[in-house]
Design a binder for this molecule. Structure first.
Ligand SMILES: [Zn+2]
Length: 127
């Protein structure tokens, strides 16, 4: 649904009052999707009475620095979800080594995918 005066960003736009109470977490308790102009929440795991309902406002970049920058720019939010808190305690060299291993794995995956597809390169989105 387009809101008068707002640009068409090619995605659902609107104001869902109840949904607006959900805070952000990279380890959310619900996933959200749209059916027409309805916003649907579906629990990812059991949610205890009184437990906060959280959604991920964005996709989840692997690099903690990218995630923090995205949330800061988009929502002026400093995320303190369990994933971000854990990574804040993780040494920088370990985070860099993790990122290096992810990139290495991507290269291997692309080579395997190209072999399976008979030389067609995999796109960068599909991992
Ligand atoms: Zn977080």
């Amino acid at each position: 649904m387009l809101i008068p005066g707002m640009p068409d960003l090619g995605e659902e736009q609107g104001l869902w009052l109840h949904a607006s109470y959900a805070n952000h977490s990279y380890i959310p308790s619900v996933r959200h999707s749209f059916a027409g102009n309805m916003l649907i929440f579906r629990a990812i795991h059991d949610i205890a009475a009184g437990e906060e309902t959280t959604i991920s406002y964005t996709h989840t970049p692997e690099d903690v620095r990218d995630r923090r920058e995205m949330l800061q720019k988009g929502w002026e939010l400093h995320c303190e979800c369990p994933l971000c808190l854990l990574e804040a305690k993780t040494a920088t060299d370990m985070l860099e080594e993790r990122q290096r291993l992810i990139e290495e794995w991507r290269l291997v995956h692309r080579e395997w995918d190209a072999e399976i597809r008979g030389g067609e390169p995999a796109n960068d989105e599909g991992v």
